[in-house]
Design a protein around this ligand. Structure first.
Ligand code: ATR
Length: 269
């Protein structure tokens, strides 16, 4: 459920997961009117729906609708997945674990002990910060155009960062210093057509420069990464991995996500 949903790859991904695991899953997409989110969820439950993904702009509204919520969704203040059981709605957020899984398993970069720069402090950044901290990097700097938003996000995650032993800081985008092993772009700057909003010196040689978008929206950032000696990666793997985690929540079965990611890349070529 989202608005828009016409270009969503999720029905394709979940249909492949269902085929490959033999799970009886029927997954469609629904365009929901801007004021119709809550009635749409109730109607789907009444029809016998078992759960759904929520995409923009309803992830925040979903978090206030649920009866119970995972810790990672509470920290993100957003849900990308709902599960219906016994008349109750459980919310979860698999975006962050999808990001970590793609970076670690598919890109082969272990986050433990690394220095990570997270660009942005909106919904996308909030979705990944908790699971990112749980991967135990050495340091995470959240850099945002509006400093106050980065500070609020960091404050909300301060206890988790301390528990995981991660040095977590907030800075303004134009005040970023140092260089990083991983630079993850969670800003909407590429959609807005703006240049990459940070100095390329933030990239250590061979750094992973990750854009949470994919397709044309990630092109500018990936080009910037390549021009400055970094390894660019788009967010297609994050999309597939968050879907795999959602499938696991709904069905208790982990689908072969790396295979489906490879197939999806072929499909999109
Ligand atoms: P999303 O859910 O995609 O994260 P969002 O919650 O609207 O969308 O957040 C957009 C993020 O992109 C924010 O961090 C925003 O910075 P501000 O908090 O200062 O608004 C960032 N952003 C958008 N356009 C940008 C630009 N041209 N340069 C830098 N950051 C930008």
């Amino acid at each position: 459920m989202g608005n828009p949903v016409d270009h969503s790859k999720s029905p394709w991904i979940h249909a492949r997961f269902a085929q490959l695991t033999g799970e009886p899953v029927e997954y469609g997409k629904r365009l929901i009117g801007m004021d119709e989110f809550v009635p749409a969820v109730r109607a789907f439950i009444a029809e016998g729906g078992k759960g759904c993904n929520i995409t923009l702009p309803f992830k925040f509204e979903a978090a206030s609708l649920v009866d119970s919520c995972s810790e990672r969704a509470t920290l993100a203040q957003a849900c990308n997945i709902l599960r219906f059981e016994g008349g109750r709605i459980h919310g979860d957020n698999t975006d962050g674990i999808g990001f970590v899984a793609d970076v670690e398993r598919n890109a082969g970069v272990r986050l433990a002990g690394l220095d990570v720069l997270l660009l942005g402090a909106g919904g996308a950044a909030a979705g990944v910060l908790g699971p990112l901290l749980q991967a135990k990097p050495r340091r995470v700097v959240v850099a945002n155009r509006t400093l106050a938003k980065a500070q609020a996000l960091v404050q909300r995650h301060a206890a988790l960062a301390q528990a995981e032993g991660v040095d977590l800081q907030a800075v303004a985008l134009d005040a970023v210093t140092g260089s990083y092993d991983v630079v993850a772009n969670a800003t909407a700057s590429s959609i807005a057509g703006a240049a990459v909003p940070v100095d390329p010196r933030v990239l250590k040689p061979g750094a992973l420069a990750y854009d949470m978008m994919y397709g044309p929206a990630a092109a500018g950032f990936l080009q910037w990464a390549g021009e400055h000696g970094a390894v660019g990666r788009d967010g297609l793997g994050m999309l597939v991995e968050q879907a795999a985690e959602a499938f696991l929540v709904w069905r208790g079965v982990r689908p072969p996500s790396a295979q489906v990611l490879a197939e999806l890349r072929q499909e999109l070529q």
